[in-house]
Write a protein that binds this ligand. Sequence first.
Ligand SMILES: [Zn+2]
Length: 238
Amino acid sequence: MTINEKLDLTLEPGGSLRDFLPRKKRDPRLRLRVATTATIKDVAESAGIPHTEIKGVERNGREVFADDAVKQGDVLRLYPYTVFDTGVEPLHFAVDCNVAKCVKYLRMLGFSVYFENDIADGKLARVAAEQERIVLTRDKRLLMRKIIARGRYVRAVRAEEQLKELVAFFNLKEHMRPFTRCMVCDTPLREAEKAAVLDRLPPKVAAGYEEFKYCDKCDKVYWKGTHFKRMFALLKRL
Ligand SMILES: [Zn+2]
């Protein structure tokens, strides 16, 4: 065989992996002609499915790896993640601009989030790989970058729906540590004595709150005020 030869196979994306197929092609059986040098992962991505979305693969009914090479006549069934593998702890994220509205909520819940406005895909991918962060994006091309080991294509477009999706998929209510991280800069907050921050508090806050946290980097005092209460009201609704 030369490297220019092609082989024929059938790809069967299961469940939510079909979200990546063009609407008119949401046939669960795709018959494809591919290069003999392709891996299963390559074939899935050529059909629009990022490797980060694939939990498992069966070839002709037997479990194989997504990095395995394809063979003539393969019937490849792809299985999606339905919930995140919680073997990864702690949950640290790298968030793309199209999911930006979730950044402050995730930090408020205590999850570390790497985020920069207008960041180039290459840099986001590199930081995620170096810092072992889970990429959250609505850009499936970004998730197809090889160096990204873990990521999630966020289906929802609206911020509240996105958060709802993330809470369910990553089981965030179980892993959250609210009020531990600065929602502006991601730095872990430290305890602050009321007496030490008293002169910086609005009178109503000084009268109504006893617990305070402080961000060294932003020089900002936190208390469980309106933002925090709104966040928890939102979480209860999700
Ligand atoms: Zn800060």
